[in-house]
Design a binder for this molecule. Structure first.
Ligand SMILES: [Cu+2]
Length: 271
C-alpha cells in the first residue's frame, strides 16, 4: 500500500519535472542526466519567484544604501525590572533582573528597537531567509521587527518552559499557539501588507511583548543598541523613510538616493 503510494508520487514528480523541462527547455541547466530533474525543479522555483507580480527588477549594480542613526534626546526613562517570579524558570534565567524593554537607550544616547522602513519602495525581491522570533529568557528576541509578505517567520522556544505565542495583527490572521517544549519551532507567514505595527504577546507571561509590521519589500531595518540601522540594495529614487518606536511614535523623512549612493540619515526622538 505504502510502496504503491510512494511509486505514484515518484511518478508524479517525474511527470511534473518532465512537463516543466518541456515548458522551460532553455532554462534547464545541462549538467548531466542524473540531476536533471533536480536542476529543473530549481529552475522552476526561480521562475515562479520571478513571475510573482509583487516582484520588481532591482538594479543591484546601481543600488543605494541608507545608513542611519536613531538618537534619543532628553533624560532616558528608568525602565522597571520585570517581575518574573510567577515562573521560577524565567526568574532563574536572569541573575540580574531583566528590565522592561519599552525604552532602550544606549550609553551614548541612542535609541534601540526602532523599526525603520521605506514607505513607498518598489516591491523588491522576495525574502530568501526566514525572519526569526526567539523566545529566550522569557523575552522576545528581537523586541521589534519588520517581516516581508510571504516571508517565513520562525518562532522558536529556546526556553525550558511553556510559551504561548499570540500574534494580534489587524489585517492579517491572528494566531495563538502554545509551545510547551524547549526547541520547538513554529513557522508562520503573513500574506497581507500591514504597515501599522501590531503586538505579539505571550499568554503565559504577561510581560512578554514584541511588535511587528509586514511590508511588501525588504527595505527595512531595526535600530540596534548603538542606534544604527542600515537599508541596503535600494534602487535609486525618492522615498519616504519611516521610523517607528512603540512609546515615542512615528516620524517620517523624505530621502533621495542616487545610484550607488551611501546616504546618512539621522532620526531624533524626544523623551
Ligand atoms: Cu511566555
Amino acid at each position: 500500500m505504502m510502496s504503491a503510494r510512494k511509486y505514484l508520487s515518484l511518478l508524479f514528480a517525474f511527470m511534473l519535472a518532465f512537463a516543466l523541462a518541456c515548458g522551460k527547455g532553455k532554462e534547464v541547466v545541462d549538467e548531466g542526466e542524473d540531476d536533471g530533474a533536480l536542476k529543473t525543479a530549481d529552475t522552476a522555483a526561480t521562475s515562479t519567484a520571478a513571475a510573482t507580480p509583487a516582484a520588481a527588477p532591482v538594479a543591484v549594480a546601481d543600488a543605494a544604501t541608507i545608513n542611519g542613526l536613531v538618537k534619543f534626546e532628553g533624560a532616558a526613562p528608568n525602565m522597571p525590572a520585570i517581575p518574573m517570579g510567577a515562573d521560577p524558570y524565567c526568574a532563574s534565567q536572569h541573575p540580574t533582573p531583566a528590565k522592561d524593554e519599552e525604552v532602550v537607550v544606549g550609553p551614548g544616547g541612542e535609541l534601540a528597537n526602532v523599526i525603520v522602513w521605506v514607505k513607498n519602495a518598489p516591491n523588491g525581491p522576495a525574502a530568501t531567509t526566514p525572519a526569526v522570533l526567539d523566545q529566550r529568557g522569557c523575552q522576545y528576541h528581537p523586541h521589534v521587527q519588520a517581516v516581508q509578505v510571504g516571508q517565513t517567520l520562525q518562532i522558536k522556544n529556546s526556553d525550558n518552559t511553556l510559551h504561548n505565542v499570540h500574534a494580534m495583527p489587524a489585517v492579517n490572521s491572528q494566531f495563538n499557539e502554545g509551545q510547551p517544549v524547549q526547541g520547538m519551532v513554529s513557522e508562520k507567514k503573513f500574506d497581507k501588507v500591514e504597515g501599522t505595527p501590531f503586538r505579539v504577546k505571550c499568554d503565559v507571561h504577561g510581560w512578554m511583548k514584541s511588535w511587528m509590521i509586514v511590508l511588501p519589500h525588504p527595505y527595512h531595518s531595526t535600530s540596534a543598541m548603538n542606534g544604527t540601522f542600515s537599508i541596503a540594495n535600494l534602487p535609486p529614487g525618492n522615498y519616504t523613510l519611516v521610523a517607528w518606536h512603540e512609546k515615542y511614535g512615528q516620524q517620517e523623512q523624505q530621502v533621495t538616493v542616487g545610484a550607488k549612493e551611501q546616504k546618512q540619515i539621522t532620526f531624533t526622538f524626544k523623551g
